[in-house]
Design a protein around this ligand. Structure first.
Ligand SMILES: Nc1ncnc2c1ncn2[C@@H]1O[C@H](COP(=O)(O)OP(=O)(O)O)[C@@H](O)[C@H]1O
Ligand SMILES: [Mg+2]
Length: 357
């Protein structure tokens, strides 16, 4: 790290070019200082105790292939993630957690959420959400798996003037051990845009009002909105099941640029043991549902869920689970609440009106 670079970093941050608005000039100076003194700052800071598994034990057994909207079989999309060295690093903006984009020497690209200090961003939950999405046949969570990369390679992958910033964020926010970051890697969706319906953001009041009308019994849904409404209905049921309490907090509903595909992305704030207000509220706005999805939800068993979230660790000789017994029991508790709501709608409006998506 050269003094000139440290000064450039301060200027960039002072000018807002890095985009991390909460990161002030004073802290930028601290950061530049510490990076000047300790080029390998991230690897040398006192590390929280996080158990890391040797790479060979991170093999994940995937549920049977379910068609998805990501243009290829999950295992093929996941195989190159973390398999070759990191060549480029970027910190994703717009969220409240530590979320990175990594490019690999092979040309593959991943979203990477390492184990981190933020309770709302627990990487195992993103993998569990992906697997349950496939179990339900929805196919809209980007394929996700455990992976490991070195802190040094992630820092080195950033442009030179941003390296101190990346090192500092990893040092402050990631949980890592012996220079290794462990976390969840998702296949990178090449292009996403904020989700809109008739030009209205889905997660703002006017957009919400519109979709809740369209998800009402006997609504007149314009043909061009129908596909999106069906996908949104599935996402709301999914979120109620996994208890995603972050979907409606802004910036977490994304779609393809052609506005045809809704992605169920950012599922790390999930799997509480509760029936949280926000996902439950969204569900209660829905009066119509997909018949196929309702059949899968009704038929969901603990055994299916356990199989979906089981991770095999060949060297340990025993499987481990992405979710605890209590978290799995809470999924089934919420399943019962979802079914109760759907049955109430059916009693009131009739099955053909309700199971109409
Ligand atoms: N798999 C992915 N493919 C494409 N873009 C992604 C992916 N994961 C995250 N992103 C981008 O990074 C941003 C932040 O990621 P997100 O998972 O929402 O993190 P946070 O938990 O901090 O909100 C997203 O809004 C999206 O633009
Ligand atoms: Mg987000």
């Amino acid at each position: 790290m050269r003094l000139g670079t440290a000064i450039a970093l301060e200027l960039l941050i002072a000018g807002g070019a890095i985009g991390a608005v909460t990161f002030g000039v004073t802290r930028a100076a601290d950061l530049a200082d510490s990076y000047l003194v300790k080029p390998a700052v991230a690897a040398e800071l006192p590390l929280p105790e996080t158990e890391l598994l040797p790479k060979a034990m991170l093999h994940v057994e995937h549920p049977p292939s379910t068609p998805s909207v990501f243009g290829g079989p999950d295992l093929e999309l996941l195989a190159p993630l973390g398999a070759t060295p990191v060549v480029k690093t970027k910190i994703n903006h717009g969220g409240t957690s530590l979320s990175l984009r990594l490019d690999f020497a092979s040309g593959a690209r991943a979203a990477f959420k390492p184990l981190q200090i933020y309770p709302q961003s627990d990487p195992r939950k993103e993998i569990a959400a992906y697997r349950i999405d496939r179990l339900l046949g929805i196919g809209r969570v980007p394929p996700a798996t455990w992976a490991e990369v070195t802190v040094a390679s992630v820092v080195a992958g950033a442009e030179e003037q941003y390296r101190p910033f990346v090192a500092k964020r990893l040092a402050d926010e990631a949980l890592y051990k012996q220079g290794m970051l462990r976390g969840e890697m998702s296949w990178w969706v090449p292009e996403v845009v904020p989700a809109r319906l008739n030009g209205l953001p889905l997660d703002e009041p006017e957009g919400r009002h519109l979709w809740s009308q369209y998800l009402s019994v006997n609504a007149k849904v314009p043909p061009e909105a129908r596909n999106l409404i069906t996908q949104l209905g599935a996402m709301i049921v999914f979120d109620a099941l996994v208890d995603n309490d972050d979907r409606w907090s802004g910036g977490n509903i994304l779609m393809s640029p052609d506005r045809q595909v809704l992605y169920t992305m950012d599922n790390t704030f999930t799997f509480s043991r509760e029936w949280s207000d926000r996902p439950a509220y969204a569900l209660k706005k829905c009066q119509v549902f997909s018949r196929a999805l309702v059949a899968r939800i009704r038929g969901l068993t603990l055994a299916q869920l356990e199989a979906a979230v089981r991770v095999t660790e060949p060297r340990a000789g025993s499987p481990s689970m992405l979710l605890t017994d209590e978290e799995l029991a809470a999924v089934l508790m919420r399943r019962d609440r979802i079914v109760e709501h759907i049955d109430r709608m059916i009693a009131e409006y009739g099955e053909s009106a309700v199971l109409s998506l």
